[in-house]
Design a protein around this ligand. Structure first.
Ligand SMILES: [Zn+2]
Length: 110
């Protein structure tokens, strides 16, 4: 390989690396947006167009699909742990009182 070929090969390699980095950056930012919305998705709080966008991404992206599975499992573990605890009657009474008081305030305001 002569010096010129070496130069072009190195240049091509750099250009290829830049392209790969750009693709990875674009992919990462799309995934970051999706992953920021996964908890809202699981809580059914996303607007329909965002939900559709997220589902479309999940069909194409194993990384985010895997993240969704992990969060679903974690959420289920927390829910199971909370539900297995008995609520002290006094705490339940106070929470219900507070909800009723807040509901009256909201009704007065609206
Ligand atoms: Zn993704």
């Amino acid at each position: 390989m002569n010096t010129l070929e070496t130069f072009y090969t190195a240049e091509n390699r750099e250009a290829r690396d830049r392209r790969v980095m750009k693709v990875i950056k674009v992919h990462k930012s799309a995934c970051a947006i999706i992953q920021n919305r996964l908890d809202s998705f699981l809580s059914n709080e996303l607007l329909p167009h965002r939900r559709a966008m997220l589902l479309k991404h999940l069909l194409q992206c194993q990384l985010c699909s895997r993240e969704l599975q992990l969060r679903q499992r974690a959420m289920k573990r927390v829910r199971d742990a909370v539900q297995s605890q008995a609520v002290p009657p006094e705490l339940e009474r106070r929470v219900r009182e507070r909800i009723r008081a807040d509901a009256k305030t909201i009704r007065r305001v609206t």
